[in-house]
Ligand binder design. Structure first.
Ligand code: SAH
Length: 242
């Protein structure tokens, strides 16, 4: 009997992957994933069998992984970042109930928030909230509630899925909600293509962020009331006396 290993491959580049994740990909028979992620790892594991499914076919992708494992293969299901952060590990465990004889192993990866934080400086050194602006699987009213509550409670806020073709004004909407309890001068950061070619970072104010357009390969950081710019980098102080 085979098994399914859910592997978070980190933000993108091979070097950003954990050793455990790389070992799992080295020893598996088959790598299953969304086309874009499979293309990120393909050259490093070129002797493997690769199976891909498009973006919206997550259930099919999980079923494919179990079907291949049932043939006796060790199947690595890959996700960018960590598979347990807006990734596939929950769905794999749910669908796995129909395959009780196939073991499932989960390997964590560096999620975009963590990868992006070290590009910007040290924005997440204190309590932070991670919120996805995608309303594909979450009603927008709930997203609004979470944005308002996190802003009110002075969390550093990290936004995933800040934009897409259909949702081009969502970041502006999110900033308007946060501006109800945070000043326009709040220090923010954006990082595009974390750990990939074309990595780009910008430190800016919340007021500026509101009118900035970003794409879906970007993670956004909104500082708390203490966050400042130190030598051009975004830093949330932990509170040590200097
Ligand atoms: N499982 C992934 C998140 C998937 S949700 C993880 O743990 O990182 C997809 C969102 O994650 C993107 O819209 C973007 O906001 C963020 N993201 C993922 N990889 C990224 C990267 N390399 N650079 C910038 N943002 C990234």
């Amino acid at each position: 009997m085979g098994k399914v290993i859910v592997v978070g491959i980190g933000p993108g580049r091979y070097e950003e992957m954990t050793i455990r994740a790389a070992e799992a990909l080295k020893t598996c028979d088959t790598i299953v994933g969304y086309t874009v992620y499979v293309d990120l790892v393909r050259e490093h594991f070129s002797d493997k069998e690769f199976l891909t499914t498009p973006m919206t076919k997550e259930v099919d992708r999980c079923e494919l992984a179990f079907a291949e494992a049932a043939k006796g293969k060790t199947v690595a299901m890959i996700c960018s970042g960590d598979a347990g952060v807006y990734g596939m590990s929950g769905l794999i465990l749910e669908i796995g109930e129909q395959y009780p004889e196939i073991p499932v192993e989960l390997i964590s990866g560096v999620t975009a928030a963590i990868g992006g934080a070290s590009v910007l400086g040290a924005p997440l050194i204190h309590d932070f909230a991670v919120i996805s602006l995608s309303d594909l699987l979450t009603p927008w009213e709930k997203i609004e509630k979470r944005l308002l509550a996190a802003a009110e409670a002075d969390f550093v806020i990290c936004l995933y899925n800040p934009s897409s073709k259909k949702r081009h004004d969502y970041l502006e909407r999110a900033c308007s909600l946060i501006l109800r309890s945070r000043p326009g001068s709040t220090v923010c950061g954006i990082v595009k293509n974390i750990g990939r070619d074309g990595e780009e970072q910008t430190v800016l104010t919340l007021e500026q962020l509101k009118t900035t357009s970003v794409d879906m390969f970007t993670t956004v950081f909104i500082g708390n009331s203490q966050t400042k710019v130190v030598g051009g980098r975004m830093v949330t102080p932990r509170g040590y006396r200097l």
